[in-house]
Write a protein that binds this ligand. Structure first.
Ligand code: PNS
Length: 170
């Protein structure tokens, strides 16, 4: 039986922390689906198409990494994909509480699906998409913290100086 995992998130934008988790997941599972949330209530900096295109480009040489979008309840998407596992990254204790709540809510909604937490490499434990956007918007360098394509797109978005979009989480 093929082991499929879903790694959901906003990915606004994809960071090297996300890339690290996806790469680790791709080694553990036969296939990992990077599931980009479509209808985030927060106003994203990157459009859905940009977020999907970036992830597809970064993982173009990884045949067992798929990039897809989802809307509505995560467990409904995961069930539709017939995946038994949700992967989430845990960076620090501060992530734990909200992740714990989310995992238990998802377990209550669908007891057949389990959440597995993975730790990124140490050097990525302090990176968040929110912080990346803030630093980039204020002219700081995010080199080495995000894929090159993301760094380039951030530069374009903030070329005129000032902020070009919202402050999503994670
Ligand atoms: O990268 P993020 O923003 O931390 O990802 C959060 C995400 C997309 C995994 C979460 O918001 C989610 O699953 N949203 C879909 C709605 C849902 O299923 N909610 C109930 C579970 S808490």
């Amino acid at each position: 039986m093929s082991r499929l995992a879903v790694y959901p998130g906003s990915f606004d934008p994809l960071t090297n922390g996300h890339v690290d988790i996806i790469t680790r997941g791709a080694r553990l599972f036969d296939r990992i689906v990077v599931a980009v949330l479509v209808n985030a209530q927060k106003a994203p900096l990157f459009t859905m198409d940009e977020r999907v295109a970036i992830a597809r480009q970064v993982f173009q040489d990884h045949p067992n990494v798929e990039v897809d979008t989802f809307d509505g309840l995560l467990v409904d998407y995961v069930e539709r994909r017939q995946a038994p596992v949700i992967v989430r990254g845990l960076r620090a204790v501060s992530d734990f509480e909200v992740e714990f709540q989310m995992a238990l809510m998802n377990q209550r909604l669908n007891g057949r699906i389990d959440t597995i937490f993975m730790m990124p490499a140490e050097q990525y434990t302090y990176i968040s998409s929110r912080m990346i956007k803030e630093v980039a918007s204020l002219g700081g360098t995010v080199h080495g913290l995000v894929p090159d394509i993301v760094e380039q797109k951030l530069r374009e978005k903030f070329a005129g100086g000032g902020r070009a979009g919202g402050r999503g989480q994670s």
